[in-house]
Design a protein around this ligand. Structure first.
Ligand SMILES: NC(=O)c1ccc[n+]([C@@H]2O[C@H](COP(=O)([O-])OP(=O)(O)OC[C@H]3O[C@@H](n4cnc5c(N)ncnc54)[C@H](OP(=O)(O)O)[C@@H]3O)[C@@H](O)[C@H]2O)c1
Length: 390
């Protein structure tokens, strides 16, 4: 395959491209986010190239509005990792696209120097090691740094790269943007949240970031204040939907369907439902349409309402949002105290949020204890973000 014209384009470098065995080695799915994103980008570029050699499709055949692509697209790729095995893994996952692809081991600074856009995709706790490497700050100067690290804010990254009032780097900083994809990136069905920046990203940068993440699913731009709720909805969401999927399959198995068929039927039904909603059908209208008077659907729906499924699911999203907020706030507070930051995440899973006051954490929760010990400002009953003023 000859190289598409885009290969003359930007260089996209991934720091932390991957060897981690997220999925069993027999699976054809990518194993790391770095490979998933590079695969999405390359696949989109390859299909652009193929389309440019085909007659234009009839406009009536398109249902999704086309994304306005940036003027310059990525065309060269650099995949960096700390382990030699990653080079083989990256090449075997992405080599067939035939784009210029360089793999590097323990050469993050070299990778960043070659880049126009850097994607930071290491484990969250590893960002200081990578960004603290000698020469990294200079290698990143003037570039776009896209971080997908869960729980690491853009200001934490900027604060680490440019601590204090270091004016010597004015004009030489990189532009940091945080994007939160989700686990469905591995099947190019991510819901990725691009955090809006202050000052805003240039139109070119925003279109480029949007284009990159559109290659693995859908994108939305939201401010930093929406990140905890977004984490709960899109990060935890697949776990919530998986539980509902299992539950409906269990019901069908209980009524005699074979397990494998029940699971596939449940998954396809969930997918069909999301397809209808994403094409403009309102969920309430959808429910009404399939609920014939005296029929089985309305019977099932009433059981769900009696079981307060709607309220329970909504509360689960609220709980996840509050836990994400507490974790972030406590981590930031501990970091600002310059104490070593222990992994305290396991301590929050016992928090309980009452329906009448969702922001009131259970009196005996660790968060309340820390608050009583003086770490937090008191929770105010009407505050939507009780711990964000740390
Ligand atoms: N997976 C998801 O669903 C998801 C969703 C949203 C966001 N994220 C975020 O995306 C990031 C990547 O996720 P992942 O699931 O792909 O994680 P991962 O499997 O841990 O991949 C990170 C890669 O970075 C490598 N690495 C570690 N230290 C490095 C260094 N000093 N230099 C270069 N490479 C280094 C790791 O190598 P080793 O294996 O040798 O450590 C690993 O191959 C994480 O920060 C995660 O929070 C993930």
């Amino acid at each position: 395959m000859s190289l598409p014209p885009e290969s003359q384009g930007l260089t996209l470098t991934v720091l932390g491209c991957g060897t981690s065995p997220i999925l069993p080695s027999s699976t054809p799915l990518p194993r790391t986010m770095g490979i998933a994103i590079l695969g999405g980008v390359m696949s989109t570029l390859a299909s652009h190239h193929m389309r440019s050699h085909l007659p234009s499709p009839s406009p009536s055949g398109t249902s999704t509005p086309a994304l306005e692509p940036p003027e310059r697209l990525p065309g060269k790729f650099v995949a960096c990792d700390s382990r030699r095995e990653a080079e083989k893994q990256v090449k075997s996952a992405l080599g067939h696209y035939n784009f210029p692809l360089t793999t590097l081991t323990n050469q993050n600074v070299t990778g960043a120097r070659k880049a126009d856009v850097v994607l930071l995709a290491c484990k969250p706790q590893g960002f200081k090691d990578i960004l603290g490497e000698e020469g990294m700050r200079e290698a990143l100067a003037g570039k776009l740094l896209v971080s997908i690290l869960a729980g690491v804010t853009a200001s934490q990254i900027e604060g680490f790269l440019y601590p204090g009032e270091d004016t010597s780097v004015e004009g030489k900083r990189c532009r940091v943007v945080r994007v939160m994809p989700n686990t469905a990136s591995f099947v190019r069905e991510s819901m990725s949240v691009i955090q809006t920046c202050t000052p805003p990203l240039s139109d070119t940068h925003l279109r480029l970031v949007t284009w990159i993440f559109s290659s693995i699913g859908r994108t939305v731009s939201l401010p930093a204040s929406a990140m905890d709720a977004s984490t709960a909805l899109c990060g935890s969401g697949p776990a919530f939907f998986a539980l509902m999927l299992e539950a409906v399959a269990d019901g069908a198995v209980a009524m005699g369907l074979p397990r494998a068929e029940a699971q596939m039927m449940a998954a396809q039904t969930m997918r069909g439902t999301t397809g209808l909603v994403l094409n403009g059908e309102h969920p309430a209208m959808l429910r009404d349409k399939v609920s014939t008077p005296g029929g089985c659907t309305i019977g099932g729906l009433l059981v769900l309402e009696e079981g307060t499924v709607r309220g329970t699911i909504a509360k689960a999203v609220r709980e996840a949002t509050v836990v994400a907020n507490i974790k972030d706030s406590l981590k930031m507070w501990l970091e600002s105290c310059a104490y070593p930051v222990p992994d305290l995440s396991h301590r929050y899973y016992n928090t309980h949020i009452s329906l009448s006051n969702p922001w009131d954490v259970h009196p005996v929760s660790p968060a309340r204890q820390v608050q009583q010990e003086g770490a937090f400002q008191p929770l105010t009953h009407n505050s939507p973000t009780p711990l964000s003023n740390l």
